[in-house]
Design a protein around this ligand. Structure first.
Ligand code: C2O
Ligand code: CU
Ligand code: CU
Length: 489
């Protein structure tokens, strides 16, 4: 006789069939179509490359049964991927078709300050902004996003972000996977919350303001839990943490290794084999994944035990129920079975920046204002005890010079610190450096109470009038004061 209890147990077991078992039978668990942002390579005339971008509102079917109002660039949600070559002269016309003022900033690009697209280059509703700059840096995965003063968080959250890829000859010769949407995929990670009517839910609580907006659902290129079907045994994923505030620790559920080949500023000198990678907001990592075994791995977030005592926010996070683990996307490589693939041993060589050429050191202390009620000041966050002021130039830098910037985090939460117009090297840090910090970076995660030293060579563009920004890339921190301005003269 089948007891009721045993029957219940077997039903429950059937429902909760372990992932590994389902996959062993050849069923992917995820079924939403992996969306590849539209590719825009501009209109070319010799070295001149012309882009026409339109910032627009749209709708996306993210949840079943309801539509979500979104923002995008040349598409309804998120931005088209722009692709250029080193040496190109890029002309971009940006039309703002929204009813709100916005900007487009080219994150990671070395360019004249007037072309930067930061808060000093606003585009009013219905108007357009024309900009032009030369691509004078190696192949890299950069991105672009809104940088409207006090509104960056809400605009990026709704979709004003896209990828900006640079190619060059040395990287082409390496023969890395580089066919867009075939073996070379953008992976824009953004986490969201939704209201019942499908609209995106932005900052609602004091905690969102303090720690930055984090959502329960991580989307990949605007899709929840997508399945990427690949036909090539070796693929390149261009991971971008486009989230407002969430720090991801990424790994595959089957423990497979992957090969890190690039950081924010371009390729590393040689690939590094990893099993997990931490990406803070705005950071990018290019990885190669060998799928010649034809498996169906899931890319997931998993918080690892920290090798140091939990302090401050880390502990608070855990107590406040931040999820320790969640799945993000699945790859179906059943059509990609092949003999094992080859990974190049060497990639590119990085120009050496001589420490003797350092002419100046500066320190930036990341902090918080503590007003009596703690949370209602508009400018809650500070750098060197000051909140962002559009009318104040904080630092003046000599064009072409080499400097060391020390970023000191005096708070109990981590802050990803970003500097416009440069690609720096992490010279020294208190915590163990991550492998992608061997490469050029434009954003670096500074842990609670940590001190990180950056070696920076500033490009030659001079403009005493127009500042570049440096700021925390937790967008709610940036929007509430943790930003400063420098000019290059
Ligand atoms: Cu990604 Cu100042 O920004
Ligand atoms: Cu930037
Ligand atoms: Cu911050």
């Amino acid at each position: 006789m089948f007891s009721r209890r045993r029957w219940l147990q077997s039903v429950a077991a059937g429902l909760a069939m372990p992932a590994s078992l389902l996959q062993a039978r050849g069923h992917p668990l995820f079924n939403n179509h992996f969306q590849v942002p539209m590719l825009d390579q501009g209109r070319r005339s010799g070295q001149d490359l012309y882009f026409e971008l339109s910032i627009q509102s749209g709708r996306a079917s993210i949840l079943p049964a309801v539509e979500t109002p979104t923002l995008g660039v040349n598409q309804p949600f998120l931005g088209a991927t722009l692709k250029v070559k080193q040496g190109d002269r890029v002309h971009i016309r940006v039309k703002n078709q929204l009813v709100k003022t916005t900007t487009l900033h080219w994150h990671g690009m070395k360019l004249p300050a007037k072309a930067d697209g930061g808060p000093h280059q606003p585009i009013a509703p219905g108007s357009q902004w024309e900009t032009r700059f030369d691509i004078d840096q190696p192949a890299a995965t950069l991105w672009y996003h809104s940088h409207q003063l006090h509104k960056t968080g809400v605009q990026v959250y709704h979709g004003l972000a896209g990828m900006f890829l640079i190619e060059d000859e040395p990287s082409r010769k390496l023969g890395l996977p580089s066919t867009y949407g075939v073996d070379d995929f953008p992976v824009i990670l953004q986490d969201k919350d939704f209201n019942a009517d499908g609209t995106l839910q932005y900052v609602t609580t004091v905690r969102d303001r303090m720690m930055g907006k984090r959502g329960k659902h991580t989307l990949v290129n605007g899709v929840m839990r997508p399945l990427l079907k690949v036909e090539r045994p070796l693929i390149r994923l261009r991971l971008l943490n486009g989230s407002n505030a969430r720090i991801y620790q990424l790994e595959f559920d089957d423990g497979r290794p992957f090969h890190l080949i690039g950081s924010d500023g371009g390729l590393l000198e040689h690939p590094v084999t990893l099993h997990a990678i931490t990406l803070a907001p705005a950071e990018r990592a290019e990885v190669l994944v060998d799928l010649s075994d034809g498996a169906m791995p899931i890319l997931r977030h998993r918080t690892h035990k920290q090798p140091f005592p939990e302090r401050g926010m880390a502990m608070m996070n855990r107590m406040m129920g931040e999820p320790m683990q969640f799945d993000i996307m699945q790859i179906d490589a059943t059509a990609a079975v092949s003999t094992p693939v080859q990974i190049p041993h060497r990639l590119v060589s990085h120009p050496l920046v001589d420490l003797h050429s350092v002419v100046k050191q500066r320190t930036f202390k990341l902090g918080m204002n503590r007003s009596l009620d703690g949370l209602t000041t508009p400018d809650q966050f500070t750098i060197n005890n000051k909140s962002m002021d559009m009318a104040r130039i904080d630092e003046v830098v000599q064009a072409g010079s080499v400097e060391i910037w020390t970023i000191k985090n005096s708070t109990m939460m981590p802050h990803p610190f970003h500097i416009h117009n440069v690609q720096f090297k992490v010279l020294r840090r208190e915590r163990k450096p991550q492998e992608h910090e061997l490469g050029f970076k434009d954003t670096v995660l500074v842990h609670p109470f940590e001190r990180v030293q950056l070696l920076i060579q500033f490009p030659l563009h001079r403009d005493p009038e127009t500042p570049y920004m440096y700021h925390c890339h937790i967008l709610e921190h940036e929007d509430h004061g943790m930003m400063g301005q420098f000019v290059v003269v």
